[in-house]
Write a protein of this length. Structure first.
Length: 390
């Protein structure tokens, strides 16, 4: 009996235009692979494929199937080829293990009147086979959605014009400079009674390093609250929010937006190679650090206006350190003398190549920027690293 395997495709489906793409198997791809705890489908596919975003083809995944197959830690995957020579990953059949359970049967003799001695026969032991049942761990996912959930549901990138049109907090019922859980906030808006709202802190303005034009303000969730009083702004009476969850101090000036009750994570993303014209840089990370790695959320300076789409796969690229010829031989430009660096302007500096560091997947697109998740990186990515079509 074959074990039922289910591939986690509730997050991604195969776009039709990728069907014709030819799968390129890595030269060092193994024949078999044992799924480990913490693996994602992207991780597994990158072991076998040069283009891991084409993983649905490797699994022969049909996006029209409503009950896709899942794999679990401990499953053994095997790379096979069909009659046309096309590669495919399958899960090896797992034989059931039989356990023998002892059933003790005690045969009681017929009752005999005393003083005759009662002779009891020895118990009869019967062995019966039983299938061993093991509870499976969590199935392998394509990507951990909990990492991007806050950026899908709450955090935003807003322009100055958008911020100017939003209502804001003017104070609270305790007269404090900041508010926390349970406080009542007063807002410059006619609120919808019972509606849930999100309160946001306006962060720094992000400037495009290539155009030097403003991209927008990084806006982070501060609290969620519920409207308990409508307000009447025509008569200068603010609406009232009751804070039910605060992640940081709520201050006057924080902006307020309704929480969309239907704002759920998408059931799947369609992954595709980004348009060849897309080329930008990393301008921010969720950790606000200068270096970051796998499964970190980053922002790039390209968006809808640049043909970026949700599900786009881009490569992270970095130009190798520049080298200049000197009297003593080639040196890294940063280590060369001032004279050598000045001479480099005459053409003695080499045009070093860009090298791939990893891949990212875009999951949220704005007009001039996008949020993406780092799917793989061979070394820490940095601010101003280039992102381009793979």
């Amino acid at each position: 009996m074959l074990k039922k395997i289910i591939l986690a495709a509730t997050f991604f489906s195969l776009p039709m235009h990728l069907v014709a793409d030819e799968l390129q198997i890595n030269e060092d791809a193994p024949k078999t692979y044992i799924v480990e705890e913490g693996d994602t489908l992207w991780d597994i596919s990158s072991i076998f494929l040069e283009q891991p975003w084409l993983w649905p083809q490797l699994w022969r995944l049909n996006p029209e199937i409503s009950n896709p197959h899942l794999i679990y830690p401990g499953d053994v995957l095997r790379l096979v080829f069909d009659d046309q020579g096309e590669p495919q990953l399958i899960v090896e059949e797992e034989p059931y293990e039989e356990e023998y359970v002892e059933e003790v049967i005690v045969e009681e003799p017929e009752p005999i009147a005393p003083p005759v001695e009662v002779v009891r026969e020895k118990p009869t032991i019967k062995l019966s086979p039983k299938l061993r049942k093991e509870v499976k761990k969590q199935p392998v996912q394509t990507m951990p959605l909990h990492v991007i959930a806050p950026y899908m549901q709450y955090d935003h990138l807003l322009t100055q014009e958008q911020i100017d049109q939003l209502p804001h907090v003017i104070g609270n019922d305790d007269g404090q400079k900041s508010g926390m859980d349970g406080m009542k906030l007063y807002v410059t808006d006619n609120l919808v009674l019972g509606q849930s709202y999100a309160v946001y802190h306006i962060g720094d303005e992000i400037i495009d390093p290539e155009t030097e034009e403003p991209i927008g303000f990084d806006v982070r969730l501060t609290a969620t609250a519920q409207a308990i009083r409508n307000g009447d702004m025509e008569n200068k009476r603010p609406g009232t929010l009751l804070v039910n969850s605060a992640s940081r101090e709520i201050r006057a000036g924080n902006v307020v937006m309704p929480i969309n009750d239907g704002q759920l994570l998408p059931s799947f993303f369609t992954m595709q190679k980004a348009d060849d014209s897309v080329r930008g840089v990393i301008v921010k990370s969720s950790s606000d650090g200068r270096e970051f790695g796998k499964l970190e959320v980053i922002m790039i300076n390209k968006g809808e206006a640049d043909s970026v789409k949700v599900g786009d796969i881009l490569s992270i690229k970095r130009k190798s350190p520049s080298v200049v010829e000197t009297r003593t031989g080639p040196q890294y430009t940063v280590d060369a003398s001032r004279w050598a660096r000045m001479s480099a302007e005459d053409g003695s500096e080499y045009d070093m190549p860009e090298e791939d560091l990893g891949q990212i997947m875009v999951f949220k697109v704005y007009e001039n920027a996008s949020m993406a998740l780092i799917m793989r990186t061979s070394k820490p990515a940095r601010l101003l690293d280039v992102v381009a079509a793979p």
